[in-house]
Design a protein around this ligand. Structure first.
Ligand code: UT7
Length: 320
């Protein structure tokens, strides 16, 4: 037995912000953003929250799977931008979709969050502890951006993606997860500082800092190796894979990985043109778009891969 994805869903905020919109409020241009990254526009929250995006994505995934919230036994949300320190986003989703039987918690593995949630849920299902799970990757990154730092704020967007998992005879085939904490400062955002009576630090809020080129080099050197490991575990080659659904950080990273694996770029679907980089949400939103557009055929082999903050990475091979 293994674990199969039996439904997907996603939700983007209503407000579209184009590169030209950003160029009106900071020193940037559509030309710079498009040519360096491939991003044309992104969605940013106004009234929406991480939990509200998750709830809509989860309900769409449930509908796609033909299930109800009451049937769900486990909920894991990959996020670094939950609305509260507590309750977790997963607990909010549990209440929002009426999943009263489900255990629910969040996992923070930044841009690899959906892959880590997938692996964790797979382990629970394979151990026979639960029969099904709802997993999500969701972010409202716009609230942790430094909107005076053009080198980071233009890259990111907000949104949520969800998948329903079930024990089945086909599905997930192989995994590779990894981290290099020694390079964590390349992509960082401090939590609130300690304000207890023993500490004299002033309260200050931090925002995302990224050494873009360092993270870029990490991605193009680590991701092909991680994908290579899952293919090796399954005894197949990149040519046997129909789709490489990668974290959407930069179209140049997708092209570089395709080149390293010696496969056509056409096997690397892209949605960062209209979504930007949504960290943990990138992979499940892209998977849902492909599913709803009828691109995924039963029996096709698909590689999922996330990479980023931590630094962390995770890849999975599955049969659709
Ligand atoms: O999701 C987690 C994983 N994240 C990633 O994988 C991101 C990986 N990194 C990247 O995708 C790229 O490094 C970036 C897109 C972040 C940056 O691209 P780059 O080609 O590495 O540009 P750069 O940082 O070297 O900056 C080049 C120039 C600089 O100007 P000078 O010093 O050459 O005069 C920047 O000041 O571009 C300037 N610049 C901008 N110009 C217009 C930086 N941001 C902007 C901007 N608009 N928004």
């Amino acid at each position: 037995m293994t674990t199969r994805i039996i439904g997907t869903g996603s939700c983007l905020p209503e407000t579209v912000v184009t590169n030209d919109d950003l160029a009106k409020i900071m020193d940037t241009s559509d030309e710079w953003i498009r040519t360096r990254t491939g991003i044309r526009e992104r969605r940013l929250v106004k009234e929406e929250t991480t939990a509200s995006l998750c709830e809509k994505a989860a309900l769409r995934a449930l509908e796609n799977a033909g299930m109800t919230g009451e049937e769900i036994e486990l909920i894991i949300v990959g996020t670094l931008t939950g609305d509260y320190v507590t309750p977790s986003t997963a607990c909010q989703v549990q209440a929002g979709i009426g999943a009263s039987r489900a255990a629910a918690f969040d996992v923070n593995a930044a841009c690899s969050g959906f892959l880590f949630a997938l692996h964790m849920a797979h382990a629970y299902l394979q151990a026979g502890i639960y029969q099904n799970a709802l997993i999500l990757g969701a972010e409202t990154l716009s609230k942790i951006m430094d909107w005076s730092d053009r080198s980071t704020c233009v890259l990111f967007g907000d949104g949520a993606g969800a998948a329903i998992l079930k024990r089945d005879v086909t599905g997930l085939v192989a995994f590779d997860l990894g981290c290099d904490g020694s390079r964590g400062q390349a992509l960082s955002c401090k939590n609130r500082l300690n304000n207890n009576p023993l500490v004299s630090n002033p309260i200050s809020l931090d925002f995302v800092h990224m050494a873009g080129q360092e993270v870029y080099k990490f991605a193009v050197s680590t991701v092909p190796g991680s994908i290579g490991k899952v293919l090796e575990q399954a005894g197949i080659t990149p040519d046997d894979v129909s789709w490489f659904v990668l974290h959407q950080a930069n179209v140049r990273i997708l092209q570089a990985v395709a080149k390293r694996l010696k496969v056509s770029e056409e096997k690397f679907p892209v949605n960062l043109d209209h979504c930007g980089n949504i960290s943990a949400a990138s992979v499940p939103i892209l998977l849902d778009e492909m599913n709803r557009n009828g691109k995924l055929k039963k029996g096709e082999r698909i590689v999922l891969s996330g990479f980023g903050g931590g630094l962390s990475w995770g890849s999975a091979l599955l049969e659709w």
